[in-house]
Design a protein around this ligand. Sequence first.
Ligand SMILES: C[S@@+](CC[C@H](N)C(=O)[O-])C[C@H]1O[C@@H](n2cnc3c(N)ncnc32)[C@H](O)[C@@H]1O
Length: 225
Amino acid sequence: MPNATGVRSVASNQNAVHADLEKLVRRYLGSQYQRPFAWHTIEAFKQAQSFISSFTEPVVLDSGCGNGESTFVLATKFPKHPVIGIDKSLFRISKSESKEQPVNALFLQAELLDFWRLALQAEWKVCYHALYYPNPWPKESQVGRRFHAHPIFPTLLKLCSNIELRTNWKTYAEEFLEASQIAINHLQVKATPVLEQWLPKDPETAFERKYLANGQALWRVKKKI
Ligand SMILES: C[S@@+](CC[C@H](N)C(=O)[O-])C[C@H]1O[C@@H](n2cnc3c(N)ncnc32)[C@H](O)[C@@H]1O
C-alpha cells in the first residue's frame, strides 16, 4: 500500500535472487543483442557525439535520469567531463529544461538498450555510469526485463566497469552484484563491485527523495574503493 508520501516500497513475489539468474547471464554472455536501433536514438546519439567532441575528459552517463536532478549533481561533481542524462520519457527530461543547464550537461530522449550499444560501437570512454533506481520489474516472471538478466548486460559492463547502481529493492541489488561477478570473470573486465546500504545526506534524484521520505532502505552496487 502507498503511505502518506504516495510511495510504495517494492512488492514482489520474489524474495531472493532469481533461480534463473545465472543461466540467463551466462546465456547472454555468449550471444549478440541484435535488435534494430530506433531511429530517434540514432539521432540522439549523433547529437551526443557532437557534444562530447569538444571535451577531452571521458564521458559520464546518467542512464534513466528521469527529471535530470542527478545529471545536474553529476555535472557539478565532474565539471570537466561531458555528462549525459538519458531517458526515454520526454515528459520527465523536459522538467530539466526549467533550470539553467550546466555547460557540461546534455539531456537526451533515447532508448538505453540502443544508446549503450551505439556508444560501445563508437568506442566511447565512459568513466562513471549512473544507473539510479532503474525500473525493478519486481514480478518473478519479469526477471528477463531487468538490465542484468537481459541480453544488453554484456554491453553495459563493457561500456564502463565503474557503474553505480542504486535501488530501493535489495534483491535487485543482490542480483545486479551476482550478475556482475559472473560477467566480469567471463569478460575479463577489471572491476570489483560491492553491495552496500546507501543513506545519502542529500537526495540526488527525485525517486531517492521520495523513498527516503517514505523511510525506505536504499542499496547500491558500486566499485570497491
Ligand atoms: C524509476 S525511474 C528513476 C528516475 C531517476 N533516475 C530518479 O532516480 O529519479 C526510471 C527511469 O528510467 C527510464 N527508463 C526505463 N527504461 C528505460 C529505457 N529502456 N530507456 C530509456 N529510459 C528508460 C524511465 O523513463 C524512468 O524515468
